[in-house]
Design a protein around this ligand. Structure first.
Ligand SMILES: Nc1ncnc2c1ncn2[C@@H]1O[C@H](COP(=O)(O)OP(=O)(O)O)[C@@H](O)[C@H]1O
Ligand SMILES: [Mg+2]
Length: 368
């Protein structure tokens, strides 16, 4: 562990983190796949922007697995006005996938997906219709809209997660390799923002089905953010063993994206989420569909919550850190709490967000 030194005032969180906190300490000695693999060309990226991510916009990828944190922050720009992403010539992976992940795309190494930018098919009536305008107004990825910087950011995050999922699928974790929890130390750091964006981005991959689960019972936001009505969900399944988890899954008009709402709150939410029942429900949801990847929005790890219990059950953790707010001590503590999971990825959400401004409103439906 590095000695803690007082950070220089002008340093960004990520720069300070790289200097004072040895993120890799928790992971050292563990098998962590290189990203990208040595025999793969580097995926296309948006123009890199020199340091200073804090004043910029949405998401900077800083995978903890690549320690220490010294990765050049990826370009972080407003989505408005971005050019379409260039087509990639990345080859398809030749390595056969392990059985549990056979449905996770071999082509995740190629840029065959459109990162949520698939053509929007006319919604079928039995599908929940996700409110694209709402997504756009919140500055989130919009299925069917042109690729922008945010989509590129999540493409990078997604690839890292898929690579790791494939890497660990053959190991003792088995099918739970297909589960990713999205966590943060405290509320308001962008868990739900990142969970929804990640799910939309992943859903654009071939041959996968994404199930976005709202496990933040204290602040269940996913349905609301997507403009959908609440319905039976995880808490109901946990509370009533007779309820078939699959019957609560809400299919949406975004191809390959389904939702599991948080469900009806009770006084025993925390205990329920930390119980063995959660494990059983996760396993059932995974077994029901071998193509399924579960993205799990969780309660903040530093609050009295079962996030650390959940971390023991899943393949990977995507820990969201808000660059303009999260302290190093909180990052450190959150990593320790979630350390039950061997694969923790850190995503720096360097938002400078002003509620109600509708900053990204013009993005929706924008033609390129
Ligand atoms: N990168 C970002 N760009 C724009 N808005 C963001 C970003 N990150 C978070 N927000 C907004 O900040 C608020 C808090 O984020 P949220 O995802 O709800 O946090 P959490 O789920 O961790 O409590 C929400 O209104 C969200 O839309
Ligand atoms: Mg949330």
């Amino acid at each position: 562990m590095n000695r803690y030194a007082k950070p220089a005032a002008e340093d960004s969180l990520i720069e300070r983190a790289a200097k004072v906190y040895d993120f890799g300490a928790h992971l050292r000695g563990r098998a962590v796949p290189a990203f990208p693999p040595a025999d793969e060309p580097t995926p296309p990226q948006t123009e890199p922007v020199a340091a200073e991510p804090i004043e910029a916009d949405p998401v900077v990828v800083e995978p903890v697995a690549v320690a220490p944190v010294a990765v050049e922050p990826v370009a972080v720009e407003a989505v408005v006005g971005e050019q379409d992403a260039p087509a990639s010539a990345e080859p398809t992976a030749a390595v056969p996938l392990p059985p549990t992940l056979s449905a996770i795309p071999a082509e995740f190494l190629s840029a065959t997906d459109d990162d949520g930018m698939d053509e929007w098919e006319a919604p079928e009536s039995d599908l929940a219709q996700i409110d694209r305008t709402m997504l756009a107004e919140a500055g989130m990825l919009v299925p069917g809209a042109p690729v922008g910087a945010l989509a590129e950011e999540f493409r990078l995050v997604k690839r890292q997660l898929l690579l790791t999922a494939r890497e660990i699928a053959g190991g003792p974790i088995g099918q739970r390799a297909r589960t990713i929890i999205v966590g943060s130390g405290k509320p308001g750091e962008g868990k739900t923002f990142c969970a929804i964006n990640l799910a939309i981005s992943l859903a654009a991959e071939r041959d996968v089905e994404i199930l976005l689960v709202d496990g933040d019972f204290a602040k269940p936001d996913i349905m609301k953010r997507l403009g959908l009505e609440d319905s039976l969900g995880l808490l109901d399944i946990l509370a009533d063993q007779r309820l078939d988890p699959e019957s609560c899954v809400v299919r949406t008009d975004v191809p390959q994206l389904s939702l599991l709402p948080a469900g009806k709150r009770s006084h025993a939410d925390t205990e329920l989420l930390a119980s063995h029942r959660t494990e059983a429900v996760l396993d059932r949801l995974l077994a029901a569909n071998p193509r399924r990847i579960i993205v799990f929005d969780t309660p903040p790890a530093l609050a009295a919550s079962p996030a650390s219990t959940l971390a023991l059950l899943v393949g990977q953790v995507m820990l969201v850190v808000r660059a303009d707010r999260t302290t190093e001590a909180d990052v450190r503590e959150a990593v320790q709490l979630l350390d039950g999971c061997e694969h923790i990825h850190l995503v720096i959400n360097s938002v400078s967000f002003e509620p109600g401004r509708g900053r990204f409103g013009s993005y929706y439906g924008q033609e390129k």
